[in-house]
Design a protein around this ligand. Structure first.
Ligand code: HEC
Length: 107
């Protein structure tokens, strides 16, 4: 699990252009998550058990302090041994991030 320090480190490398929430399509992001991410992650609101061990449910991702759009875009643009390198188009990434952020139950 990449903690907050990990995210900060990756962010400092300046690898990512933050995906903007503007123009994001949350419904499309949800559909994308159901298609691509759901084989490992629990992607629905309120779901707390992921199909793949160690894959954080998206609701929990959304509720994690510091898991901003920026942190998510960094995560999705860097590679992880435990998660396949899924190459997302810019708009897919924006949408899926907007969907994850929309699950934040603190909002
Ligand atoms: C083949 C399984 C698999 C697929 C498909 C997958 N993931 Fe993951 N994902 C994982 C695993 C396992 C982790 C935990 C890895 C770690 O913390 O090192 C993870 C971690 C994450 C994290 C970090 C969560 C945290 O709290 O550390 C995010 C964000 C994430 N995935 C988003 C996505 C998105 C968005 C998609 C779809 C585009 C996706 N994942 C598809 C397996 C997968």
């Amino acid at each position: 699990m990449l903690g907050r320090i990990g995210f900060a480190t990756v962010a400092m490398l300046g690898l990512a252009v933050p995906a903007s929430a503007q123009d994001a399509d949350i419904a499309a992001g949800k559909a994308y998550a159901e298609q691509v991410c759901a084989q490992c992650h629990a992607v629905q609101a309120g779901e707390d058990l992921s199909p793949a061990e160690g894959a954080t449910p998206f609701q929990e991702v959304a509720n994690t302090p510091g898991m901003t759009e920026y942190a998510l875009s960094v995560w999705l643009q860097s590679s992880h041994p435990t998660m396949p390198n899924i190459v997302l188009e810019q708009d897919e990434m924006r949408n899926v991030i907007a969907y994850i952020r929309s699950l934040d139950s603190r909002l």
